[in-house]
Design a protein around this ligand. Structure first.
Ligand SMILES: [Zn+2]
Length: 445
């Protein structure tokens, strides 16, 4: 099976260079001039399109299992393909949670028959070294620690117990992704507010105050530094915690961090209009925070962009009780168009986009053969139509979650063709070939 893409522009560093790409047996086997390409079973005319490596979303909630009413492996990976993502990493806070090697194996087995792009799986961070080792051997891409979990007697709220778990992850060389918010402190305020009948979006913001993110970031950096484990801070939302991470990195801490499109494109002023649709954790922050995040991201202080795709049914978002609203929003089909619009305006470079959404996530999570458009790499790529203009319309999402705080936003640039291992999965809004995704296992190509 071979595929040629002719007369396409390739994003190489900060330049767009005319060329052609040949994919054979699932891998890129030649990049060069169109005239010099070997004959292929199928050819795509790439005129007017820009080729970039298939994007990697390191923070996705595909749900499935008992939460498949929100999203399942099929709908979630179709949304990924339509959004230009050829690999996604699935979070473990499902029902049941991915908290043992058996659960991980079970999830992988179910996914294998249903996925349309590649999927790697997180497992929940465990206290026991045996459990961590077993989940690593079963192929977990990384571990996830939810510091925001309200349970104040959880083992991970004990510094010493958390430290020994992180130490084991360091020895196993598996990264630990962290939701950094001080859970017990937030839970306390929530209870107080609930009892007082306080129930507004502003109360939600107060309960998830910036200082709770900062406290958690400080604690995790401090612990990670002591045991040399690789910690990845998810969905960083404030200027203060950003500075904390930058300072720690300057002193040699192995900490990476991520930002989401909603924390880049929305701020607290959007909450009035969007209500529950714009509620997530950590919540939207002030405009000054979004400005700082953009600046840091473009300056290379933020490693990756991830969507934190968190689908729910609409009723779960529109309930009047702010404490009952399910936090999160679908992001797989809006992330790339929103960012391409910035590239179109000259506010972001192609190299920056590729670094944040492909190269760096592949590096941090050890995804072999992915993240770069080079000979020998996997034949996962996206052809971008940089001039396509459209308005975001969540009713057309492949995701089961048909809502978005970005509805109606005008975008310039969209993923035209999504290719997984040399197979065209998505072509201008249509799904072409299904079931091309593979379960990605740590350290194995
Ligand atoms: Zn998440």
């Amino acid at each position: 099976m071979s595929l040629s893409i002719t007369d396409v522009k390739l994003a190489v560093e900060d330049e767009l260079i005319e060329g052609a790409i040949s994919i054979r047996d699932g891998r890129i086997d030649k990049i060069g001039k169109t005239a010099l390409l070997p004959k292929a079973d199928r050819t795509i005319d790439g005129k007017g399109l820009i080729a970039i490596p298939g994007l990697i979303d390191a923070h996705v909630h595909l749900r499935d299992m008992e939460l498949s009413y929100k999203e399942d492996f099929s709908s979630g990976t179709l949304a990924a393909a339509a959004g230009g993502f050829t690999t996604v990493l699935d979070m473990p806070n499902t029902k049941p949670p991915t908290s043992s090697d058996e659960r991980l194996v079970e999830k992988m087995a179910k996914a294998r028959t249903a996925i349309h792009v590649n999927v790697g799986f997180y497992a929940s961070l465990a206290e026991s070294a045996t459990d961590l080792r077993r989940m690593t051997n079963a192929g977990a891409i990384a571990f996830k620690l939810h510091m925001n979990e309200p349970n104040s007697d959880a083992w991970h709220n004990d510094r010493q117990r958390l430290l020994s778990s992180l130490e084991e992850c360091g020895a196993l060389r598996v990264p630990v992704a962290v939701h950094a918010e001080n859970g017990p402190a937030i839970a306390k305020i929530q209870t107080k507010y609930r009892e007082a009948g306080r129930n507004s979006a502003r109360d939600f913001l107060r309960a998830h105050a910036p200082r709770f993110e900062l406290e958690a970031v400080r604690m995790i950096i401090d612990l990670a530094r002591r045991v040399h484990s690789n910690v990845h801070v998810c969905h960083l939302s404030t200027r203060r915690s950003l500075y904390e991470i930058s300072a720690a990195r300057k002193k040699g801490a192995q900490v990476t961090c991520e930002v989401t499109p909603h924390h880049l494109f929305l701020d607290t002023s959007d909450l009035n209009r969007k209500g529950g649709l714009a509620l997530m954790v950590p919540p939207l922050r002030r405009r000054s925070d979004t400005i700082a995040l953009w600046k840091a991201m473009l300056g290379g202080q933020i490693d990756i962009i991830a969507s934190d795709h968190a689908p729910h049914v609409l009723e779960e978002k529109e309930t009047r009780d702010v404490w009952a609203v399910k936090p999160g929003l679908p992001g797989l089909e809006t992330t790339l168009p929103l960012l391409l619009t910035r590239v179109h305006r000259g506010e972001m470079t192609w190299a920056g986009l590729v670094r944040l959404l492909a190269e760096k996530p592949a590096g941090i999570f050890g995804l072999q053969g992915k993240g770069r458009l080079e000979v020998g790499m996997d034949g996962d790529l996206v052809l971008i139509d940089p001039k396509a203009q459209f308005n975001i319309d969540s009713s057309k999402f492949y995701s089961k979650a048909h809502f978005s705080p970005f509805d109606g936003v005008k975008c310039v640039g969209r993923p035209a063709v999504t290719i997984v291992a040399g197979h065209v999965v998505h072509d201008r809004g249509e799904i072409v070939e299904k079931n091309q995704g593979k379960v990605v296992v740590r350290g194995v190509r």
